[in-house]
Design a protein around this ligand. Structure first.
Ligand SMILES: Cc1cc2nc3c(=O)[nH]c(=O)nc-3n(C[C@H](O)[C@H](O)[C@H](O)COP(=O)(O)OP(=O)(O)OC[C@H]3O[C@@H](n4cnc5c(N)ncnc54)[C@H](O)[C@@H]3O)c2cc1C
Length: 264
């Protein structure tokens, strides 16, 4: 680890001031990704700005059709929330299957989406549910937020403060977890929303994407059989020691069908 200065921010305004005045600083939520990155000397920030004690970044609110989850809310808190379980059960289940208990008790929603690991689970929910990412500067549609592998629409000094998830009529998430890390080798989030059926695929490509052919087929008939003739292309999918692009393409079809069956 290289040397850096540590700041514990007590408000979003204080954190925003610190990041604006230290251009080579990094924000830290649970440190689940940032700390290993620093330990491996893959990053050398001048300053680390700890967001973990900022009360206004934590908590879950349900108002009407929208579930708002603070960026600093832990995966374990989302999984255990009776409000999330009642409003969007698929989201609570997704959070409860992230990593292991230690990861779920340190990792945060904001850290997960800001990091945009291609194998992370939350991006699937953000895109399939048509969520909105709230920052200290603006509102960003989920469809526009994830721009590439480990890349997002966030500016260097922008802080995610919350995510607004609209309730879905039906939703389900299925993943094929890496047996070691539990990250998604492929994950399929299917949601029937007021604006139609959305299918978001994570783990398979450089970043989360909507599977348009499946959405078109499921819009006609929301049944697993509707996907029988629909095949995901392996073009541009990830290929690594865990799975080839062809295998990932196959998993997309299998998991999307399982998610549709589980919609009930
Ligand atoms: C062993 C292991 C297994 C895991 N398994 C899974 C899994 O199965 N599924 C899954 O989805 N994830 C998994 N993860 C990822 C984990 O769930 C965390 O969400 C992820 O590591 C980010 O951690 P964090 O929230 O502590 O953010 P940090 O590590 O603190 O930050 C991550 C990045 O986001 C930035 N950042 C943090 N907060 C904000 C904010 N509010 N605004 C703007 N930028 C911010 C930081 O600057 C940094 O670049 C796993 C991690 C580990 C270590």
């Amino acid at each position: 680890m290289y040397e850096f200065s540590y700041h514990k921010a007590s408000s979003v305004a204080e954190a925003a001031g610190l990041i604006a005045s230290h251009p080579d600083a990094k924000l830290m939520s649970g440190g689940q990704t940032l700390i290993p990155t620093l330990k491996q000397r893959l990053a050398a920030p001048s300053d680390v700005i700890d967001l973990s004690k900022i009360a206004e970044l934590k908590g879950i609110k349900v108002a009407g059709n929208v579930v708002t989850i603070g960026a600093g809310t832990l995966h374990a808190e989302v999984a255990a929330s009776k409000d999330v379980q009642a409003a969007i059960p698929a989201l609570a289940a997704l959070a409860g299957n992230i990593g292991d208990a230690q990861v779920r008790n340190r990792g945060t929603l904001g850290g997960s989406i800001a990091n945009n690991d291609p194998a992370a689970d939350y991006p699937g929910a953000v895109v399939a549910l048509g969520a909105t990412v709230i920052t200290n500067k603006r509102r960003i549609a989920g469809d526009d937020f994830f721009t590439g592998m480990f890349e997002t629409a966030l500016e260097a000094d922008e802080i995610v403060t919350a995510v607004e998830f609209p309730k879905a009529e039906k939703a389900n998430y299925q993943k094929f977890p890496n047996p070691a890390s539990r990250y998604a080798m492929v994950g399929a989030f299917v949601a029937k929303t007021a604006s139609g059926v959305r299918v978001a695929i994570t783990g398979a490509g450089p970043t989360v994407f909507r599977w348009n052919d499946a959405e078109a087929a499921l819009s006609k008939s929301l049944t697993a059989a509707a996907l029988d003739g629909v095949k995901a292309s392996a073009d541009n999918l990830n290929s690594d020691i865990h799975a080839s692009a062809d295998y990932r393409a196959h998993l997309i079809g299998v998991l999307a069908k399982r998610a549709v069956v589980a919609l009930g």
